[in-house]
Structures are given as C-alpha cells and as structure tokens.
Design a protein around this ligand. Structure first.
Ligand SMILES: [Fe+2]
Length: 102
C-alpha cells in the first residue's frame, strides 16, 4: 500500500483526490521532519551533528515548498488562499478581514 492514511476505500476516490492525498501527506511528513530535525539540533551538544541536522531541516523546507507549489498548481482553492495570504506584510488577520469585506 502506498499510503496508510486513507479514510475511505481507495477505489472510491477520484484520481484527483488521490493525488491531493499524496501531496498533502507528503507535505505533512516534510513539515514533521523539519520539526524533528530542529528539535534534535537544539538537543545535541555536538556542533558537527547540529550542522548536519539543520542542513537537513532546510532541505525538508525546500521539499515542503515544492509540495505547496504543486498544491497551488493543482487545487484552485489552495491557489486562491495562497495568493491572498502569502508574501503580504499586513497582519494576517487583516488579510482575512479584507478578503471577507472587499
Ligand atoms: Fe524531504
């Protein structure tokens, strides 16, 4: 089985839902890896190991960004939200307020 986290029988899922599932679960795994690497880097007293762990954490961030971009390109609702919230300087809740009260 290529994914252990399906909540519905695989044959009932559309191809698009399955692709999104793979991207979303992969993104979750990448973010979890970032968190775990950073925690271990904080916890080790070995400077060389800390460097490797932080390097790996940064690589996981790259992987996460690639998956977010795939989601943006393949799920229009993600694209809409990402266009609204990313790379703005306003307080985040203000962005939501403006989106809801154009
Ligand atoms: Fe990764």
């Amino acid at each position: 089985m290529s994914s252990e986290t399906l909540h519905v029988a695989r044959e009932k899922l559309s191809e698009q839902t399955l692709h999104l599932h793979y991207a979303i679960t992969s993104l979750m795994e990448e973010l979890e890896a970032v968190d775990w690497y950073r925690q271990r880097a904080d916890d080790t007293s070995n400077a060389d190991l800390r460097g490797v762990l932080l390097h790996n954490a940064r690589e996981e961030m790259e992987h996460a960004a690639m998956l977010i971009e795939w989601l943006r390109r393949n799920e229009p609702h993600f694209e809409k939200q990402l266009r609204e919230y990313l790379f703005t300087d306003k307080p985040i809740v203000e962005v939501e307020h403006e989106a809801m009260n154009p």
